[in-house]
Design a protein around this ligand. Structure first.
Ligand code: CA
Length: 294
């Protein structure tokens, strides 16, 4: 707990709702999203190359496909996205016409795409968590969630971690990597007395969870086997949304933040809010993001 982490601003690009960072190892790029602006950003810190493109609707999450390009959860369902050609190919929208959008999502080690939804008005219990298989069939796995967030799997794929943000609990499920079946839901970390709301999350090679706190100015590292806080990274922005490991050693932690809902005074006091941050060489490695097997 004594280590002082110094987050650096990666580049001067302010998102309304910065989110969903993904490390793309093949070209040493960090990808992240501005959900509200429907924009995908990518940056290579070696070449200092920044690209961004709008998908024309809100975008909640993105993951690589094993065949190249990307799969994403959008305002209007799940889609394939080709970043080279700026093209969006919608696949399916299981929630058409009910006022929801897709939010956080990730792939498991078998190449399934897990992504959940939330109400555009943030109405309670209107969202669901889905899984898409390589054959593009989709199944609802958890019902009645408010804001679906924070997926992570442990190294042997026996546990899936999940966040339904307003509960401020980190849930765990027994995970069957052969079938994608989840069972035995339990609370492993109780954050109900903490400042801010648990939002995005990633896991490191020691099985510890790094949790971003919206309205909480920080990322915390927790041990899910004991529920104990291990480390803390303080950010100069109140709305910390998500984090992921990247860098050539996979030991840099990238952290996204948001400006949405902040008044003029708060924006003035937090000039770096909405930017992408990095803490380099954090002392532990993450795990490479899994790809959609299609
Ligand atoms: Ca989120």
């Amino acid at each position: 707990m004594n280590h002082q982490y110094i987050p650096q601003v990666v580049l001067d690009c302010i998102c309304e709702l910065g989110e969903g960072p993904v490390w793309v190892a093949e070209n040493q790029q960090i990808l992240w999203l501005d959900i509200k602006k429907g924009r995908i950003h990518s940056y290579n810190r070696d070449t200092k190359t920044h690209h961004s493109f709008s998908v024309g609707e809100m975008i909640g999450c993105i993951a690589q496909r094993s065949s190249g390009s990307f799969i994403a959860g959008l305002e209007n369902g799940i889609a394939f996205i080709d970043i080279e050609n700026n093209s969006v190919q919608h696949i399916i929208n299981p929630e058409e016409g009910i006022g929801n959008r897709f939010n956080d999502g990730k792939c498991d080690a078998a190449g399934r795409f897990w992504t959940g939804t939330m109400s555009l008005q943030e109405e309670e219990n209107k969202g669901n968590l889905y899984v898409m298989d390589a054959d593009l069939s989709i199944k609802k796995k958890i019902e009645n969630v408010t804001i679906s967030n924070g997926l992570a799997w442990n190294a042997d794929n026996s546990i899936m971690y999940y966040i339904n943000t307003p509960t401020n609990y980190i849930f765990a499920f027994d995970y069957d990597i052969q079938t994608g079946n989840i069972s035995n839901q339990r609370v492993v970390i109780d954050l109900t007395h903490e400042k801010g709301c648990a939002d995005g999350m990633t896991i490191d090679e020691e099985g510890m969870l790094w949790i971003a706190f919206y309205g909480g100015w920080r990322v915390d590292r927790y041990d899910p086997s004991t529920g104990k806080l291990l480390q803390q990274i303080l950010l100069p922005a109140e709305n910390v949304t998500c984090c992921t490991f990247g860098g050539s050693g996979l030991d840099d932690l990238y952290i996204t933040t948001a400006t949405q809902g902040m008044n003029e005074q708060a924006l003035k006091e937090q000039p770096d809010a909405g930017k992408l941050f990095v803490v380099e060489h954090i002392g532990v490695k993450g795990m490479l993001p899994q790809k959609f097997k299609s």
